[in-house]
Design a protein around this ligand. Structure first.
Ligand SMILES: [Ca+2]
Length: 340
């Protein structure tokens, strides 16, 4: 899921930032109608009734509890719009400039350097313990929440109830997340009606949907609590994620490449499937640095007037396992380069 735009396009942006964004990113304002969630009778739906039954039978919740929560859930029309085709938030077709202006602007990179300095000891400990490169942890936390600055102020219950029980392109996914929301809140003692996050129900500094928050939790500051809003715990959580997904410390991540012309029309580009380096070279792509792996992901970022082509190494795929987008992985890589 590409949560990036929504996360930062939240209601907490003050007027000054909004004005700044009008200049560079009208999309953010377009996609943020700010219509408040409205009352909705979820309990009238058949599939809600069977959801409640499943939660009672399989996870031993009280019927009266789940029912009372669903009575309080509202319909978030803006959230739904993002998954019913109107905004195409998950699309990576938008110009790369927009992404760059958002997370790779001078102010964001300054914040990244400051974050690295402030949390250096924790980052060092995480990089040793999980055998990962700390600069990429910085990149993740920068892209996900601008170092804890934007963690979302949507009501998670409203967002996930809406997406779980109204037709949209990721309904199945969200129904599962709705289940995990109940489990997460029970485990952590969170108030399920008050939890805040992104429009997609992702919470904390590294924007974890409930299933991910349960799976990749970490108490890296050792205070006995796994806290998705704590930056040190998030450092541990991301380091663990990278390790589990096969990050190779010190190994190559991505190398820029050149080709003839403005748009690359040779091979199909993808951050999911590799091609042999020989094939890529044969199709007019020339890496602008040494690439020491025999296979590569041929990556494309589409700018308004031209394409940027990169070769991604094995490590690049780890970045896009967190968020399935080339631009996402590339943004993390570039933040990591900037804070080296
Ligand atoms: Ca903790």
């Amino acid at each position: 899921m590409n949560l990036l735009f929504a996360k930062h396009g939240n209601k907490r942006l003050n007027l000054f930032i909004k004005l700044l964004l009008v200049a560079v990113m009208p999309f953010v304002l377009l996609a943020n109608d700010d219509r408040p969630p409205i009352a909705y009778d979820f309990l009238a739906k058949k599939e809600v009734k069977s959801f409640i039954r499943m939660m009672v039978e399989k996870y031993h919740f009280k019927n009266s509890y789940i029912t009372s929560v669903l009575k309080k859930a509202k319909l978030d029309r803006d959230t739904l719009d993002r998954y019913t085709g109107r905004y195409k938030v998950g699309s990576t077709n938008g110009p790369w400039e927009r992404y760059k202006a958002h997370v790779l602007d001078p102010l964001s990179l300054k914040k990244a350097k400051k974050f690295k300095k402030k949390y250096y000891k924790t980052l060092l400990r995480a990089s040793k313990e999980y055998k990962v490169d700390m600069d990429y942890i910085v990149g993740f936390i920068g892209v996900e929440s601008k170092f804890g600055e934007y963690t979302g102020d949507y009501n998670v219950l409203d967002a996930l109830a809406t997406l779980a029980f109204h037709p949209n392109r990721m309904k199945k996914f969200f129904k599962n997340e709705f289940k995990h929301l109940f489990l997460l809140c029970r485990e952590k003692g969170y108030s399920i009606t008050k939890l805040q996050g992104s429009f997609a129900g992702a919470i904390g500094c590294v924007q974890q949907v409930p299933s991910v928050a349960r799976k990749h939790k970490s108490d890296f500051n050792g205070d006995g609590i796994t806290d998705p809003w704590d930056l040190e715990d998030c450092i541990g959580s991301i380091a663990k994620f990278m390790h589990k997904n096969g990050w190779r410390k010190g190994a190559l991540v991505a190398v820029p490449a050149e080709f003839k012309g403005k748009r690359y029309k040779g091979l199909k580009t993808s951050h999911k499937r590799t091609k042999s380096l020989a094939t890529i070279l044969k199709h007019g792509v020339k890496p602008l640095g040494s690439f020491n792996e025999s296979k590569a992901y041929l990556l494309k970022n589409r700018n308004l007037t031209h394409d940027d082509i990169w070769l991604g190494a094995k490590n690049f795929r780890v970045l896009t396992r967190y968020n399935n987008s080339t631009s996402y992985g590339m943004a993390i890589h570039l933040i990591a380069q900037a804070v080296k």
